[in-house]
Design a protein around this ligand. Structure first.
Ligand code: ATP
Ligand code: LTN
Length: 333
């Protein structure tokens, strides 16, 4: 007798805190595409997370549309996956409050992203920045996600979601699925071009530190030419060679080679030639993505229709877990 194997449920999110970077594309969105056929996937634009750092309202609205268009342009298909905007499913913030009461101050104090972001935004260390991982846990646990594909920087948050789920289940029985982080083998941490010891980040104030997926070919070439390397001038990976290690990784992914093949291809060649090759490979990889995004951005009605459809489906799924949580905790709805 044939047994039906249950498909894994996958959920991930991305913040519309700016224009997507090459790091977001390589480390996150590109990998989500591959999961669509084998898993039940939900992907969301995490706009509620974004206001933990001050935003200009009109820009946030625009970036939310753009982020959604980026997901579509990367190949995510609303017929296969549920694509939605976080703020359009109120169950996220409802569950977040409940989970706040099952999360410890000490746990949140240990989160690396909180420490980094509070150092960067010293004049606005708000409570939302602190409880950010609880909202992320709510995003994940609401849908019973088995796996959460993220870059390395988010692994600690997924682990916290596991701890919260286990703690809650320990008291009330098996309410939540305990999620696993899913980290890609390559490209899980693309580094900044100007300070390659830090990750490439879309909210970095220095635009030369990142490639935005909306950058023109000229911008991309200029940024790669300026990318920080070292004085060794060999296209070879090595301990502590953050700049060249990063460029080799980027080139290999964009050109579809292994890092060894990249080293062999550029054996005896200088950084100048290699940087131009990196730029060309990235320009070609991003070209269709950029063009498709621009086309989608011209059609707001179409995007609004997809927002509505995604929010309805997501709300229906989320409702099951939320009502169970409320019943278990004695919260009247
Ligand atoms: P912000 O600068 O606002 O913190 P971000 O660029 O770090 O944003 P997020 O929206 O926080 O991006 O992340 C979306 C996804 O992209 C996450 O899965 C994250 O792990 C991944 N990601 C972000 N930056 C990189 C990077 N440099 N390399 C690989 N993956 C990344
Ligand atoms: N915190 C994530 C974005 C995010 C997310 C999620 C990722 C919000 N909710 C749920 C995975 C699952 C970030 O900053 N990258």
């Amino acid at each position: 007798m044939e047994t039906e194997i249950k498909r894994k449920r996958v959920l991930s999110g991305i913040q519309p805190s700016g224009v997507f970077t090459l790091g977001n594309y390589i480390g996150a969105v590109r990998n989500w595409n591959e999961l669509q056929d084998s898993c039940d996937c939900l992907f969301m634009v995490a706009n509620m997370h974004t206001i933990t750092v001050r935003q200009t309202p009109a820009v946030l609205r625009e970036n939310t549309y753009r982020a959604f268009a980026n997901l579509l342009a990367a190949g995510l298909d609303p017929q296969k996956s549920v694509l939605f905007v976080q703020s359009q499913v109120p169950a996220h913030t409802e569950l977040c409050w409940i989970l706040d009461c099952y999360t410890m101050f000490g746990e949140l104090s240990r989160m690396t992203q909180f420490k980094d972001k509070s150092a960067k935004n010293a004049d606005n260390i708000n409570a939302g920045l602190f409880t950010y991982p609880v909202l992320m846990a709510a995003d994940i646990l609401l849908y019973g996600a088995d796996a959460v594909p993220v870059g390395v920087d988010q692994k600690q948050h997924v682990e916290l979601a596991r701890d919260i789920a286990n703690r809650f289940n320990g008291v009330y029985g098996n309410v939540f699925t305990v999620p696993e982080p899913l980290i890609a083998k390559t490209g899980a941490k693309i580094m900044s071009l100007s300070e390659p010891q830090y990750k490439m980040s879309k909210s970095d104030p220095n635009p030369n530190s990142f490639i935005a997926v909306s950058d023109t070919p000229d911008d991309i070439l200029r940024k790669f030419k300026r990318a920080v390397t070292d004085s060794e001038a060999t296209v070879k990976r090595g301990e502590g060679r953050h700049g060249i290690n990063n460029l080799i990784e980027i080139y290999s992914i964009a050109a579809g080679t292994t890092p060894e093949e990249t080293e062999n291809r550029f054996d005896g060649k200088g950084y100048g030639e290699f940087k131009v090759a990196c730029a060309e490979a990235v320009i070609e990889m991003l070209r269709p993505f950029r063009e498709k995004t621009d086309d989608l951005m011209k059609n707001r009605d179409y995007l609004d229709g997809l927002f509505r459809q995604g929010a309805e489906t997501a709300s229906r799924i989320a409702e099951r877990v939320l009502s169970k949580v409320c019943k278990k905790t004695g919260i009247i709805r």
